[in-house]
Design a protein around this ligand. Structure first.
Ligand code: ADP
Ligand code: MG
Length: 335
């Protein structure tokens, strides 16, 4: 109705693309907030902070192989690896038969070697390697590198939490959203560090389809679920959620497509804002409905008792619309 349109307009003015009134309705009764990590909670611009080498390989060799495999990957971690290689003026090789496995890593043929870069599950050769666990405990993401079945090195990447996140989560908590969970493809220790810092729960080692399963699981228990993500490895979960909110959409079409609400600015303060807009809208909608009902009952009673001549009754029919318009237009001015 008109109240929804007014709020969608008010949202658009401040950088919120709301695809329909029904999402405002769902938002007003959300009980679970699921949050993607990389690119959503964090800036999604990681930097390589540590390089560890094994089996007599040099740092430059490890970095060169990793960056060459990542040469055409669009993952933020790939850009971090390429940036580190540029910093050392390394000339990248040309990967052949490049393969990206969502949520795990990448592999390709370089000259005649098969090189794999990714997390522990992607690089089983590194599964028992524990010397870098202290880096994960600092919230860093580890990239293991294997060449022809041999573990040759580890890169650690650090990303920055978006500065406005803690305040935004506090605002959401004060609105009564108690269940907040961080969903990530990253490992348990890295996720645990972040979730402890922010005071939310977490689930790690999730593939894109696992994120969808978490959403469905909550929905099966009768919860209304909001998912905030950036569209990288979480587009299916955004689409599955009752309300998918896309963050960092300046770059990714897939996020705008999959989500129900898109933030046109990378700014977490817009998340509590859209919840506020939704609640205000639903209050106005309820007022409008109550007003119409009362008006009709009074009108019908008067007419039935003969106090309202038919010609006046007909005219009176259109009066509530004016009241509803006036009441709803207040939503256009919300801040
Ligand atoms: P998140 O759920 O935090 O947004 P992703 O699902 O995109 O993270 O990735 C999960 C994990 O998979 C990363 O932490 C990394 O270990 C590994 N990974 C994914 N893509 C790549 C890549 N191109 N290069 C190296 N590692 C990758
Ligand atoms: Mg992500």
């Amino acid at each position: 109705p008109i109240a929804m349109l007014a709020s969608i307009g008010a949202g658009a003015k401040r950088g919120l693309l709301i695809k329909g009134g029904k999402y405002l309705e769902s938002l007003s009764r959300v009980d679970v907030l699921l949050i993607d990590k990389t690119g959503t909670l964090t800036l999604g611009k990681p930097h390589i902070t540590d390089i560890m080498t094994l089996n007599g390989t040099s740092e430059d060799e490890v970095l060169l192989l990793a960056a060459s495999v990542e040469r055409y990957s669009e993952h933020p971690l790939a850009e971090a690896v390429r940036e580190a290689a540029r910093g050392r003026r390394l000339t990248l090789g040309e990967p052949e038969r490049f393969e990206a496995i969502p949520g795990l890593g990448v592999r390709a043929q370089l000259n005649n070697s098969l090189v794999t870069v990714g997390n522990r599950r992607m690089v089983p050769e590194a599964s028992s390697f524990v010397e870098t666990e202290y880096l994960e405990a600092q919230g860093k993401t580890l990239l293991f590198i294997a060449c022809n079945g041999k573990h040759i090195g580890v890169l650690a990447a650090a990303d920055t939490v978006r500065p406005e996140v803690p305040a935004a989560l506090a605002a959401l908590r004060s609105m009564g959203i108690k269940e907040m969970e961080l969903l990530t493809g990253d490992n348990e220790r890295t996720a645990g560090f972040l979730s402890a810092t922010l005071g939310v729960r977490h689930r790690a080692n999730l593939l894109p389809e696992d994120k969808v399963a978490v959403v469905k699981d909550y929905q099966a228990r009768g919860c209304t679920v909001v998912m905030v993500g950036d569209g990288v490895n979480d587009a299916p979960a955004l689409a599955q959620a009752d309300v998918g909110i896309a963050m960092g959409v300046a770059g990714t079409d897939i996020a705008i497509e999959a989500a129900h609400i898109a933030l046109m600015r990378d700014d977490w303060t817009l998340v509590p804002d859209v919840f506020r807009i939704a609640r205000r809208t639903l209050r106005v909608v309820k007022m409008n409905i109550a007003f119409t009902a009362v008006y009709n009952v009074v009108g019908l009673s008067l007419a039935a008792l003969g106090f309202l001549p038919p010609i006046f009754a007909a005219a009176a029919q259109s009066l509530p619309d004016i009241g509803i318009l006036a009441n709803s237009s207040r939503l256009l001015r919300q801040k």
